[in-house]
Design a binder for this molecule. Structure first.
Ligand SMILES: Cc1cc2nc3c(=O)[nH]c(=O)nc-3n(C[C@H](O)[C@H](O)[C@H](O)COP(=O)(O)O)c2cc1C
Length: 318
């Protein structure tokens, strides 16, 4: 009885400490180093530009506010912290200008961007790692694990055609090779192919604007909460669920499908609405959605999303 009570108390006190830790270190916190915060903020906004350009039919002059934000924020950013946000922003802005030049569009904003880019040429020599890059499905299926990992990318140019159920089950079975704590296998995956239901779920998710109508196959990955107990395990549904989701994306790639992870960074109200719309039991924590399907064409274009040099993220301890 006492041990059960101490678990309940522990769950509340850990939730409080989680909240305090998040408040202290989250991206709005004034106690966090400015360069660190700017690094993430610029990357997030630059990504919306590269993502917009990777869509099958980008809207002309999309994202004016984001573009102004990125230029202003980058001007104030110290690239000694990491040049990655600069590469990503400048590459995206350069690709934005090139896309509009190809479309024969002119606008004062494009001139403004071109002038801005000139001021950066001396500060950060080209080529800038950003914008979009060509991507091919021709080498499928990737022969080695290295090739598979290196060849996965978020694909937002999908065919809405439903994929046969037995092939989907094959991909899920492959993803089940994901490790899980004590082999609990708490991950669950819900598959949707009904267009109306998919659109309802994507509208609640909100991160697939620009390509939602082309999504004809959708996973919602979740994790059964009852696999976990006690305060120490409060986040483990996310750990196991995310590992499973990663394997599921690799499985999609190995099947020759495109896949795009879709965040479920949502509050309880939206999580409940998604569960209701998707017929998902209340005892499952939602991890993420994954839009998937045949690619529109074997040769496509994806957001560049450059990676940081490994030395920037690794700490080799003595
Ligand atoms: C948990 C998670 C959530 C994501 N959510 C979205 C999303 O809502 N919309 C979207 O277009 N891309 C989303 N992405 C894709 C990222 O933008 C993408 O993984 C990142 O830019 C790296 O590019 P890559 O996947 O092509 O390597 C998400 C990725 C992850 C891992």
């Amino acid at each position: 009885m006492f041990s059960k009570l101490s678990k309940v108390v522990g769950i509340f006190s850990e939730a409080l400490r989680d909240a305090l830790l998040f408040l202290r270190f989250n991206s709005y916190s004034p106690f966090v180093d400015k360069s660190k915060r700017a690094f993430y903020k610029i990357i997030i906004e630059a990504h919306t530009i590269e993502k917009g350009l990777s869509l099958p039919a980008p809207k002309l002059l999309f994202g004016r506010d984001k573009i102004r934000f990125v230029m202003n924020a980058l001007s104030r950013y110290d690239i000694a912290h990491s040049p990655v946000p600069a590469h990503m922003s400048l590459g995206a802005l350069e690709a934005y200008v090139a896309f509009h030049a190809q479309a024969g569009t002119s606008d004062p904003l494009l001139d403004e961007i071109a002038t801005y880019l000139k001021t950066w040429e001396a500060k950060l020599p080209k080529p800038w790692m950003g914008g979009t890059r060509d991507y091919t499905f021709d080498t499928q299926p990737p022969g080695t694990l290295q090739q598979l990992i290196a060849s996965r990318s978020s694909i937002r140019a999908l065919r809405p055609t439903p994929i046969p159920g037995e092939q989907i089950v094959e991909a899920i079975a492959l993803a089940q090779q994901a490790p899980s704590q004590c082999n609990r296998q708490s991950s669950r995956v819900h598959v949707y192919q009904d267009p109306a239901r998919i659109q309802e779920l994507l509208a609640l998710q909100g991160g697939s604007r620009g390509f939602a109508p082309s999504v004809g196959n959708l996973f919602v990955v979740s994790s059964e909460i009852c696999a976990w107990g006690g305060p120490g395990q409060r986040n483990q549904a996310y750990v196991d669920g995310a590992l499973f989701a990663m394997c599921l994306m690799f499985a999609c790639r190995s099947m020759g499908w495109g896949a795009c992870p879709l965040n479920l960074a949502i509050d309880h109200k939206t999580e409940t609405a998604i569960r209701r719309a998707g017929g998902i039991p209340a005892g499952e924590r939602l991890i993420m959605m994954i839009a998937f399907g045949e690619p529109i064409a074997p040769q496509t274009r994806v957001a560049f999303s450059p990676r940081r040099p490994a030395a920037e993220i690794a700490t080799l301890h003595a």
